[in-house]
Design a binder for this molecule. Structure first.
Ligand SMILES: *[C@@H]1O[C@H](CO)[C@@H](O)[C@H](O)[C@H]1NC(C)=O
Ligand SMILES: *[C@@H]1O[C@H](CO)[C@@H](O)[C@H](O)[C@H]1NC(C)=O
Ligand SMILES: *[C@@H]1O[C@H](CO)[C@@H](O)[C@H](O)[C@H]1NC(C)=O
Ligand SMILES: *[C@@H]1O[C@H](CO)[C@@H](O)[C@H](O)[C@H]1NC(C)=O
Ligand SMILES: *[C@@H]1O[C@H](CO)[C@@H](O)[C@H](O)[C@H]1NC(C)=O
Ligand SMILES: *[C@@H]1O[C@H](CO)[C@@H](O)[C@H](O)[C@H]1NC(C)=O
Ligand SMILES: *[C@@H]1O[C@H](CO)[C@@H](O)[C@H](O)[C@H]1NC(C)=O
Length: 260
């Protein structure tokens, strides 16, 4: 932990130093995040989802998983089903953001993760139909969609397995990714595997509030933001994404070791 934080301090120092400001690499890759609160950055010092750990947040001193100068725009919204995301105008905001990045000549990746709220109102197929439309519209705008399955809730059965209810929505996301030929990050599977490996006590230390097994605190966003970054890097083996490695945290995640 202490070495990890030391690395963070160094990054912040370089970012803030006028001497180095001209040397800041400017990435030609941009990221836009679409989804619900389990991706959203939250409105308190404790983040809601994995977005801050992926993009970084100066507001909460959360280190980024991305190289300095990489545009990462988190439009995910608390409480959103994919339909609400569109109806409440967040899709239009996303379209404007995508157009802006594409117009600058950026290779623009758009992650989409829904399920947590969709499961409360409709069958998986309803989410899937809307995912298909979104994927096609993102491609028409000149950007590349990446479908992401739902981050697991950290609710456990007595025998130590995750009490999961999101699998049908994860399966639907996987189906649409196959049908549309998009990249897929199976965050649902990876997060279940990790939470079961570290167990309830360690998993709940990543909760935003002690009884909130859905949303993440800053440590949680760092862990699952890294998990997303690593799943993404693995999904693009032939294209160097502007992702900063964090070998110690990646080791812990891939070996089922609690990090906080
Ligand atoms: C990884 O786990 C070890 C052992 O629990 C811990 O000391 C270390 O701080 C963790 N590393 C990171 C980067 O979180
Ligand atoms: C930034 O963080 C502070 C607490 O550190 C919080 O009060 C504020 O709401 C946050 N602002 C935004 C825009 O997230
Ligand atoms: C969340 O995102 C908004 C809009 O991009 C930004 O103004 C705010 O500072 C972010 N909050 C945190 C805690 O990162
Ligand atoms: C999909 O979009 C339609 C509107 O086109 C909406 O009625 C439906 O609720 C949406 N499905 C979900 C799961 O949000
Ligand atoms: C989104 O933009 C379209 C096209 O301009 C418009 O028809 C629609 O009403 C907008 N949606 C919302 C929720 O504002
Ligand atoms: C653990 O408990 C759950 C809920 O009772 C059950 O569905 C599942 O099959 C059990 N798994 C194992 C490996 O025992
Ligand atoms: C986050 O992890 C650090 C280092 O292990 C710890 O000191 C801190 O209390 C943790 N924060 C929360 C909210 O659990």
């Amino acid at each position: 932990m202490s070495m990890f934080l030391a690395g963070l301090v160094l990054v912040v120092y370089v970012a803030a130093s006028p001497l180095h400001s001209t040397a800041v690499p400017t990435s030609t890759t941009s990221f836009i995040l679409i989804g619900d609160s389990t991706t959203a950055n939250g409105t308190t010092p404790n983040s809601g989802g994995w977005g801050n750990g992926f993009c970084g947040s100066t507001n909460t001193s959360t280190p980024s998983s991305l190289q300095l100068g990489t545009s990462c725009i988190n439009i995910a919204h608390d409480g959103a089903t994919i339909g609400i995301f569109v109806a409440d105008g967040f899709w239009n905001i996303s379209v404007a953001a995508i157009e802006g990045e594409v117009a600058k000549g950026q290779r623009t990746f758009v992650t989409i993760q829904f399920g947590h709220n969709d499961m409360k109102i409709a069958d998986p197929e309803s989410m899937g139909t809307n995912l298909t439309i979104m994927v096609q519209e993102i491609r028409a705008l000149g950007a590349e969609p990446i479908l992401v399955t739902s981050l697991t809730r950290r609710t456990f059965n007595d025998n130590g397995t995750i009490a999961d209810t999101l699998q049908p929505w994860a399966d639907e996301t996987i189906l649409i990714a196959e049908q549309q030929g998009t990249h897929l990050l199976d965050l649902h599977e990876a997060s279940i595997e990790y939470c079961e490996a570290i167990g309830p006590d360690a998993a709940h230390r990543l909760n935003r509030l002690p009884d909130d097994n859905t949303h993440l605190n800053v440590n949680g966003t760092i862990v699952f933001g890294r998990m997303v970054a690593d799943l993404m890097a693995a999904s693009f083996p032939l294209f160097a994404l502007p992702i900063i490695p964090n070998p110690r945290l990646t080791f812990n995640i891939t070996h089922g070791i609690a990090s906080y």
